[in-house]
Ligand binder design. Structure first.
Ligand code: FAD
Length: 404
């Protein structure tokens, strides 16, 4: 009997295990993850799970019975230390070896760490997994001071939750505006305004030089000397793909594990999926690395079909979301390379609008805040690559369906 081993039990790995069975794989399936839990939804970690509104059981992607029923062997709390390609085996950290016929790497990413002095102080946290959130929650005190380093999605989502928990929250961002890497200035300005209205202090264009305290964090020292009192710090400055295992096994690496459109690495018996991959996307005709649940689950489906010999090129439109306060931001497509941003609604007032990113008169991405119809229509406009009527697009009185 053939065996497929999947390394990494999260969005990509868990989805692959189940989809592989559904796609007709009748051999063994072994899902190995270093975390002590079954695959769980990671997005709530900076949203409802951090806020204490959801338990771990409520964020599991699937209950244990689903894996049992599909005859999937799930090994939790087990780290894969190496891949022996010539023997077609994986080597677990305790030395146990397991044979594979097909191997899939769904090893995700890890937080980018800061090199500033003081990061080892108690109360300075990163946020990637359940254990991180449990440690953060133990430090949440109404009336206490929280400093968030990094004004990206994770930083702003945690700022919103900690504000809701009654903390005084300050966000320190090195770039000139929040979410600068991913959104237009109008969208950044909107989020800065809303966070300020909610009582969050935001310092942009400000780096962090050090964390100070005797044993526990007491203050954050910003570049330029500004001192921010802190009882809790969350550092959210991005992630790096986990490539070490693949690299040590001699697979091709280039800002992620390089895969083709069938999710195959440079070794055709080894697939890679999710955050850890660098893959080709036809819609934008370029290689990229994505950090999203959509990419993890859609690539898992592509890998399942490929491993079962029914491969279809991976060709999904990237999409993403972020929840902050009462704002639901839905993003479709990738805005890099746009030559114009057009707005539908006013980001300067109220709490809903959409920003469409155009290139040569065609929509390539949309950021929709509390505007689900604009998001849905935007997805269609992006995939159809049709020239769009800007006058209609910017007129909220014209229904989106007239544009698609
Ligand atoms: P991961 O989820 O990183 O999982 C990889 C797993 O592999 C981990 O459990 C890791 O421990 C394990 N692993 C690694 N190496 C080994 C090894 N050698 N042996 C065994 N196990 C190993 N995306 C969205 O689309 N929308 C959101 O709103 C959103 N919010 C987010 C909020 C937070 C706080 C975080 C952290 C992420 C968020 N994301 C969001 C991103 C999304 O969660 C990731 O893109 C997604 O988890 C990627 O799935 P993955 O399976 O590829 O990798």
């Amino acid at each position: 009997m053939k065996t497929c081993i999947i390394v990494g039990a999260s969005h990509a790995g868990g989805h692959l295990a189940v989809t592989l069975r559904q796609s007709g794989w009748d051999g063994g399936i072994v899902l190995v993850g270093e975390e002590p839990h079954l695959p769980y939804h990671r997005p709530p970690l900076s949203k409802d799970f951090l806020a204490g509104k959801k338990s771990l059981d409520e964020i599991l992607i699937r209950p244990r019975e689903v894996y049992d029923k599909a005859n999937i062997r799930v090994l939790t709390g087990r780290r894969v230390a190496a891949i022996d390609r010539s023997a077609k085996q994986i080597v677990l950290a305790d030395g146990e070896r397991l044979d594979y016929d097909a191997l899939a790497l769904a090893v995700g990413s890890s937080v980018r760490r800061m090199s500033a002095p003081g990061t080892e102080l108690k109360g300075v946290h990163y946020l990637r997994n359940v254990a991180d959130v449990e440690a953060i929650r133990a430090d949440v005190r109404p009336g206490g001071n929280a400093v968030i380093v990094g004004g990206g999605y994770i930083g702003l989502e945690t700022a919103a939750v900690l504000r809701g928990s009654g903390m005084n929250v300050t966000v320190v961002e090195m770039l000139e505006r929040v979410m600068q890497r991913v959104t237009a200035p109008q969208v950044s300005a909107f989020y800065s305004r809303v966070h300020t209205e909610e009582g969050v202090k935001i310092f942009c264009g400000t780096g962090v030089n050090a964390f100070e305290g005797s044993g526990r964090i007491e203050s954050v020292v910003c570049a330029g000397g500004k001192m921010l009192p802190a009882d809790l710090v969350i550092v959210g400055i991005g992630i790096v793909p986990n490539v070490e295992l693949a690299q040590a096994a001699g697979l091709e690496i280039d800002n992620g594990i390089v895969v083709d459109e069938f999710t195959r690495t440079s070794d055709p018996d080894i697939h890679a999926i999710g955050d850890c991959t660098n893959h080709y996307t036809r819609i934008y005709d370029r290689r990229m690395r994505l950090e999203s649940v959509q990419n993890a689950t859609d690539q898992a489906r592509a890998a399942a079909l490929a491993i079962c010999g029914k491969g279809q090129p991976y060709d999904a439109l990237p999409w993403f979301w972020s929840d902050q306060y009462d704002l639901k931001l839905q993003i479709a497509g990738l805005s890099q390379g746009h030559d114009e941003v057009v707005l539908r609604g006013d980001p300067g007032a109220g709490r809903s609008f959409a920003a469409f990113y155009l290139k040569e008169g065609r929509v390539i991405a949309v950021d929709a805040v509390n505007k689900p119809q604009e998001f849905m229509a935007g997805r269609k406009l992006i995939t159809e690559k049709k020239a769009v009527d800007k006058t209609k697009l910017t007129d909220p009185a014209v229904p989106m369906r007239e544009l698609t």
